[in-house]
Design a binder for this molecule. Structure first.
Ligand code: PMP
Length: 383
């Protein structure tokens, strides 16, 4: 049974958006997840052997690239945003309703996959300097993709503003069926709530309540805020530390209370002006999602592109872990923090996405990892 107008080129299945089914297998009742949405969350947490040995701390990674829809933590966010819109009645399956989003990629990929599964269309606006793998993947998932020139957030051509405007135009139009819904991952608080309800509790359980620090970058701020808001009341001494790439103002916001470096106001370049290779983290505004947990983020660590590249190489060489740029930034920051805190501490960070999504850009610069490489941790941290 469907509601609303049908869209001819769309699959005309019946709509059952249940989350799981209980099936009998032998004598035991087992809960079986339904659809790719059922493969979101409950990601493994594991100890990164090389970094733990080298620092004398336990450096633990939450393997968010193993989320089963779009393979990043954004699966949690996309599902949370979609479910909130369904609950409000603004999204109705197979009605022509279309989700519009401005994203550097990961959120778009998660939205596109979940939209397919739940009977919606997806329109993604993204900056044209991001790895081509992401826009290719979006097209393969059947999303409409627009790649726009990077511009400041105040510009109406900014990818986020464009997505917002297109959603409003869709809804106002008499010619296009269904609603246009702006997902709005930066300001929509369904984002941090997904991490408050999923990522945070999972980490808390996986470390058995014992944790010294949580380290993460911020793109929207949803991950760091949601996890911090969950952990802090339960582990009052836990440190929440931002990992921030070059050009991002958040580092300054955390360190100095303002978005620029007071020592070099004139020279501070904005994120869109800095040709960093790191994708997905670092911004120059305080979003609702960062603001939600901002007071709990008590320190920030700056990570350079060179350090991120060296860490990506290290993780493959020593551990066989193949990740993207933001994960590498997180691991550099976690390692620096471990050395700062001293031996015996336990630190959790996030592995956001796989290196396969960054082959043409980030990994193209990192290069192939040889068997004879002898990379030292000093060389990584001082790259
Ligand atoms: N890593 C990648 C690859 C991302 O795309 C993003 C989000 N844009 C993040 C990390 C940061 O997560 P958050 O938006 O929750 O701050």
């Amino acid at each position: 049974t469907t509601s609303g107008r049908r869209v001819s080129q769309f699959w005309r299945g019946s709509v059952h958006l249940e989350d799981h089914t209980v099936a009998r297998e032998g004598t035991t009742d087992v809960e079986i997840p339904v659809g790719i949405e059922g493969c979101i969350g409950n990601t493994p947490l594991f100890k990164i052997r090389s970094l733990s040995e080298a620092t004398g701390c336990e450096i633990l990674a939450k393997a968010e690239f193993l989320n089963g829809a779009g393979n990043s933590p954004k699966d949690r966010v996309a599902l949370s945003i979609i479910k909130a819109a369904e609950d409000e009645g603004v999204l109705r399956p197979y009605s022509g309703d279309k989700i519009y989003e401005g994203t550097v990629g990961s959120t778009g990929i998660s939205l596109a996959a979940i939209c397919r599964a739940r009977g919606y269309l997806a329109h993604i606006c993204m900056p044209d300097d991001q790895a081509k793998e992401k826009s290719d993947l979006l097209l393969k998932l059947g999303a409409e993709v627009e790649r726009v020139r990077p511009s400041p957030i105040i510009s109406e051509d900014h990818f986020v503003n464009r997505a917002r405007r297109l959603a409003a135009e869709h809804t106002a139009s008499n010619d296009i069926p269904g609603h246009g819904v702006f997902a709005d991952q930066f300001e929509n608080e369904a984002n941090w709530r997904a991490h408050f309800e999923g990522t945070g509790p999972e980490i808390y359980k996986q470390v058995g309540g014992r944790l010294d620090a949580f380290v993460a970058g911020a793109g929207t701020g949803g991950t760091i805020s949601g996890v911090a808001l969950y952990l802090k009341p339960r582990i009052p001494d836990v440190k929440v530390v931002l990992a921030d790439p070059e050009g991002s103002g958040l580092y300054n916001r955390v360190k100095y209370g303002v978005m620029f470096d007071p020592k070099e106001r004139e020279g501070t370049r904005r994120r869109h002006q800095v040709d960093t290779i790191v994708e997905g983290i670092g911004i120059n505004r305080v979003t609702n999602n960062f603001e939600a947990g901002r007071e709990l983020v008590t320190d920030a660590i700056r990570v350079t592109d060179e350090q991120a590249k060296a860490m990506a190489r290290w993780l493959v060489e020593k551990d066989g872990i193949f990740v993207g740029s933001s994960s590498a930034v997180n691991c550099v920051a976690a390692t620096k923090l471990a050395l700062e805190l001293g031996k015996g501490h336990r630190i959790v960070t996030i592995l956001c996405d796989s290196g396969t999504r960054h082959l043409s850009k980030f990994w193209d610069q990192v290069g192939a990892v040889g068997n004879d490489d002898e990379l030292s941790l000093d060389a990584v941290l001082n790259a």
